[in-house]
Write a protein that binds this ligand. Structure first.
Ligand code: FES
Length: 373
């Protein structure tokens, strides 16, 4: 029990804290990170200034406590941010050792102060700018951009984009994931749902990460996303999954904040491969994109495959290159998506609270129903 005499809390026997670099404790409603290094104890708030990460679960880097969520640092004795960020401070508390016990002052010796951090450009409100319907094509084919090869899915994507640009007067943009250097999702969500932020934690921390144009296009710019993927071992391409994992931050806003970033947007898919499992790939793409909040038109994908035994890839490429049917299919796919986007923009019906509540309720039902596999 806390001893409130003279506002000192009796935190417990010294041995409890001396054996580890950091320990989390609660003194009433106050959560603290107790540190121990070279025989000296420190106490600072357990709540990180950035997104509330539990500092006591972090690690020590010299005299700084490193937040376990996104690595912000605070001095373990006086709570100030690392050099250059001293104004970004968490509260610090006096400590003393008496009769083999550690005591912590209830009232902080220094206050919390937050240095304003300029918001990331992606963090701006999502608002459709007026203008023609905008279509982004994302090619997920993995290849060496310096020595490109023919990609059947990418070629059909380019056909689709050219069609809507020339015949429907859409604005278009083509993004090739193979040309972007971006990190794999590092599982911030697995630390805590609140550690997975929008914009993505990696995007905010690492200026060299190049996934920003994809976020910009998907969340802010485009009305239609045309996603093209080859089939690799019966699945979408590895680059598709690498991107999809990084889009967890978009879906997670619905989970933790009831905030649907994707409004009135349409997704459609182009899937090609020498071998099969088109429906499996389409199912994955459809479930993921609709989970983000995208709409899909009737017949939301086109696909081509020559089956499991087809190993003669040159013939596969030639088949796509010379197929008027596939090119027409790509154009029709894009048209359906653009038409649906036009209707959605015209009706401008954002996902309302009832819909969001309904979706959340569905999630709860799944989580609490013991018979659900
Ligand atoms: S660095 Fe602490 S919550 Fe992000």
């Amino acid at each position: 029990m806390p001893d409130t005499t003279n506002s000192w809390f009796n935190a417990g026997p010294v041995e409890t804290f001396a054996g580890k670099a950091l320990t989390e404790i609660s003194l009433g409603k106050t959560k603290l990170a107790i540190s121990h290094s070279d025989g000296v104890f420190g106490a600072i708030s357990n709540i990180c200034n950035h997104a509330g990460g539990p500092l006591g679960q972090g690690r020590l880097d010299g005299e700084y406590v490193v937040c376990p969520w996104h690595n912000w640092k605070f001095h373990r004795l006086h709570g100030k941010g690392e050099p250059g960020f001293e104004d970004d401070a968490v509260p610090s508390h006096e400590v003393k050792v008496e009769n083999g016990r550690l005591f912590v002052r209830a009232t902080p010796a220094t206050a919390r102060s937050k240095k304003p951090h300029a918001p990331h450009p992606l963090a701006r409100p999502v608002k459709r700018e007026p203008g023609a319907i905008r279509v982004v094509g994302i090619s997920t084919t993995a290849q060496d951009p310096a020595n490109p090869r023919y990609s059947t899915s990418e070629a059909l994507l380019e056909v689709a984009l050219k069609h809507v640009r020339e015949h429907l007067k859409c604005e278009t943009q083509l993004i090739k994931l193979s040309e972007l250097k971006f990190r794999a999702c590092e599982g911030y969500y697995s630390k805590s749902a609140h550690a997975c932020t929008w914009p993505c934690s990696i995007t905010q921390m690492d200026e060299a990460d190049q996934l920003t144009p994809v976020y910009e296009a998907i969340v802010h710019w485009a009305d239609v996303v045309l996603m093209a993927t080859p089939i690799r071992w019966g699945q979408a391409s590895s680059l598709y999954f690498k991107m999809a994992e990084r889009l967890n931050c978009v879906q997670n806003q619905i989970t933790i904040k009831d905030r649907v970033l994707i409004q009135n947007k349409v997704a459609s898919f182009i899937i090609t491969g020498g071998q099969d499992n088109i429906q499996g790939v389409a199912g994955q793409l459809l479930s993921f994109f609709t989970e983000l909040g995208f709409h899909v038109p009737q017949f939301p994908f086109i696909a081509h495959s020559r089956g499991w035994t087809a190993e003669d890839m040159e013939k596969n490429i030639a088949a796509v290159q010379h197929s008027a049917e596939l090119r027409e299919g790509a154009c029709a796919l894009a048209e359906r998506a653009v038409n649906l986007a036009g209707m959605l923009i015209e009706s401008d019906q954002p996902c309302d609270k009832t819909q969001r509540g309904g979706r959340k309720a569905h999630r709860l039902e799944v989580e609490t129903n013991p018979t659900t596999p």
